[in-house]
Design a protein around this ligand. Structure first.
Ligand code: AMP
Length: 462
């Protein structure tokens, strides 16, 4: 199978060749012909599978087929937005639009990326000049719509990228609003890494007899990713990370922390130890995030420290090292994190620095991925025999009583208050008028956080 067999036109094939792609990835081999046929598509694929080209290449081709030949002097007349790609994060929007430009570089189509956190006026000016393909995050798109600066009445192709992430981030209402302002007749493509009931409901609403495509979750096997756990003393993690980077002479390392302030502190520590590092998270300005990402990609920055939310949609080719400075409390996030390395067949290394408190998370991860990750202690950094597991405080949640149990009753402790200092949670409705006992005893706070709660400080809308 090669790209030519998929029915793509020469200017698109040339752009693909220039990227050095030789064969289509499985998602591309299936999605490209399906989209070219003009029907709707429901695709199960995550970042790293080549899904962006999977929808961008046929989208470009279909737009070209529907583009009238240029008039005298090459003028195309009035250009209207004919394709809309919606993404959950600003970073992903920027990367997808970059792909649109790369794959469409030999075509007379124009594109634009639109997200919040930057001025409206330059976007309005850009829209006025005419755009064929708009890549946007939902919030800013709706802002433009409300102000009357955006006309979506000519949209022929609509792509919802990383739909599951969008729902996780609470964008369902925004998505519904966007659907309401799009023309009813259009080709719709929905990409999602997972298929929850919510995604199925969204697909039912959006798609008309879609083609169904699902490619293997690359994580399930992760053959190209060498995973390793370094058990470490709680207060020696930073030191161990600096040691590994120096000793291994690592030049491009993506490091994950659970919380924003942890990311900042770690980046500061690394900088103090002759390792160039920056933190990237939702509290940073868009300019700062874009700069950090481009410095990291170009190699000017050795380490990028990210939280799970900030890292979504980051696409860095063949990243050699991913480090879990802290394990995520949601095991699926581990899979997403390590998916950043060993992409497109390249070998990568995913290292987790795990202290006793996090054994609980490690257990969940190994259960989910059905693997046993090899442990390798680094001499001088192990926990002393006296160290005991402590509960992990995440915002307003306390998880685990340390070690291997998620929670032993109670739960929901206040930030900074270890479980053993907590008093029993107050019983709700203890004294009700009339003295009736409550229908059910008050439930302790949920010990296992649901996906939507996994980050206590989710970023505002794009
Ligand atoms: P995506 O899943 O869209 O984020 O793409 C993951 C990475 O794979 C991107 O960096 C692409 O440049 C790269 N890629 C996409 N298609 C191919 C292909 N057919 N061959 C090799 N690399 C590809």
């Amino acid at each position: 199978m090669n790209f030519k067999d998929l029915g793509l036109s020469e200017p698109i094939l040339r752009a693909i060749r220039e990227q050095g792609y030789e064969t289509p990835t499985p998602i591309q081999a299936q999605a490209i012909p399906a989209v070219l046929q003009g029907g709707d598509l429901l695709a199960g694929a995550q970042t790293g599978t080549g899904k962006t080209a999977g929808f961008t290449l046929p989208l470009l081709q279909r737009l070209m087929q529907a583009t009238p030949a240029p008039g005298p002097g090459g003028a195309r007349g009035r250009v209207a937005i004919r394709a809309l790609i919606l993404t959950p994060t600003r970073e992903l929007a920027a990367q997808v639009e970059e792909s649109v430009r790369t794959y469409g570089q030999h075509l007379p189509l124009s594109s634009m990326v639109m997200f919040g956190g930057v001025g409206m006026q330059p976007q309005i000016d850009r829209l006025r000049r005419g755009v064929d393909i708009l890549v946007a995050t939902p919030g800013r798109l709706l802002d433009h719509h409300q102000q009357g600066t955006l006309n979506l009445s000519q949209v022929q192709i609509f792509v919802l990228d990383e739909a599951d992430r969008m729902l996780d981030m609470g964008f369902i209402h925004d998505i519904k609003k966007v659907l309401a302002i799009l023309p009813a007749r259009k080709q719709s493509l929905l990409f999602s890494a997972t298929f929850s009931d919510d995604i199925k409901a969204l697909a039912d609403r959006l798609l008309d007899r879609p083609a169904l495509i699902e490619v293997a979750r690359r994580n399930a096997t992760a053959e190209t990713i060498a995973q390793k756990v370094h058990p470490v003393a709680r207060d020696k993690k930073k030191e161990l990370l600096a040691h590994l980077i120096h000793a291994g002479d690592w030049h491009q390392v993506l490091v994950f922390t659970r919380m924003k302030h942890g990311a900042n502190r770690l980046a500061e520590y690394l900088n103090e130890h002759d390792i160039t590092a920056m933190a990237i998270h939702g509290n940073k300005s868009q300019t700062a995030r874009t700069k950090a990402l481009s410095d990291f990609k170009s190699g000017a920055l050795q380490v990028l420290v990210a939280t799970d939310i900030a890292a979504r949609g980051i696409d860095i080719d063949q990243l050699p090292h991913v480090v879990n400075f802290e394990l995520p409390n949601v095991p699926e996030d581990y899979v997403h994190r390590i998916g950043r390395t060993g992409r497109a067949g390249a070998r990568g290394e995913a290292i987790s620095l795990v202290c006793l408190d996090e054994e609980i998370f490690l257990k969940d991860i190994e259960k989910l991925t059905r693997t046993s990750i090899p442990r390798e202690a680094v001499p001088g950094f192990e926990a002393p025999p006296s160290e005991r597991a402590e509960p992990i405080v995440l915002g307003r949640m306390t998880i685990g009583v340390g070690g291997t149990r998620r929670n032993a009753g109670g739960g929901g402790g206040r930030a900074g208050q270890p479980a053993h200092q907590r008093t029993a949670p107050p019983r709700a409705h203890a004294a009700r008028p009339g003295g009736n006992p409550p229908a059910r005893p008050a439930r302790p706070a949920q010990a296992t956080p649901s996906r939507s709660r996994h980050n206590p400080n989710p970023r505002g809308r794009g």
